[in-house]
Design a protein. Structure first.
Length: 158
């Protein structure tokens, strides 16, 4: 039996040892926002937060998580349940083209901004290693800058 806290909710699950978190999220809990892309932690479509750190869930065994908090794109929220600033910026900049990689991109960007509130282009490029086959990297960078600005704005001004 494994106890996981996902998006603030505790789950007691009977799982095989070493099962990747991605499959627990998608197949056992129905949280399908986290996507399967490559299965080798290269593309980032499966990115979630583990105690606030962006992690690739396709290679993360659930028995290694312990009591760390998991947040998926379904649990990412801004103040008072509003969209997270990154989600709002993604919409404003019309980032997605096909959209498949975007939940992982959003999670990676949110983790970046939590650690580095005002990243420059070089920092963004180094931190966002997720792959986008549609090539929307320019819009992704603009959205991250927009989200950073919104997070820095005084309440009511963002």
């Amino acid at each position: 039996m494994v106890r996981l806290t996902i998006n603030g909710q505790a789950h007691d699950l009977d799982l095989p040892g070493g099962m990747p978190l991605l499959w627990v999220l998608r197949d056992r809990l129905g949280l399908t926002g986290t996507k399967f892309g490559c299965g080798i932690a290269a593309c980032g479509a499966c990115t979630v937060h583990l105690d606030g750190v962006a992690m690739r869930s396709c290679v993360l065994p659930v028995d290694s998580i312990g009591d760390q908090q998991v947040v998926t794109v379904e649990g990412l929220q801004g103040p008072d349940g509003a969209p997270h600033p990154v989600q709002a910026a993604w919409i404003a900049e019309q980032v997605p083209q096909c959209g498949y990689c975007q939940s992982g991109m959003v999670m990676a960007a949110a983790a970046l901004l939590a650690e580095q509130p005002a990243p420059d282009d070089a920092t963004i490029d180094a931190a966002i290693t997720n792959l986008c086959r549609c090539g929307t990297y320019g819009r992704i960078r603009r959205a991250i800058h927009r989200a950073a600005a919104a997070r820095a704005a005084p309440a009511g001004k963002g």
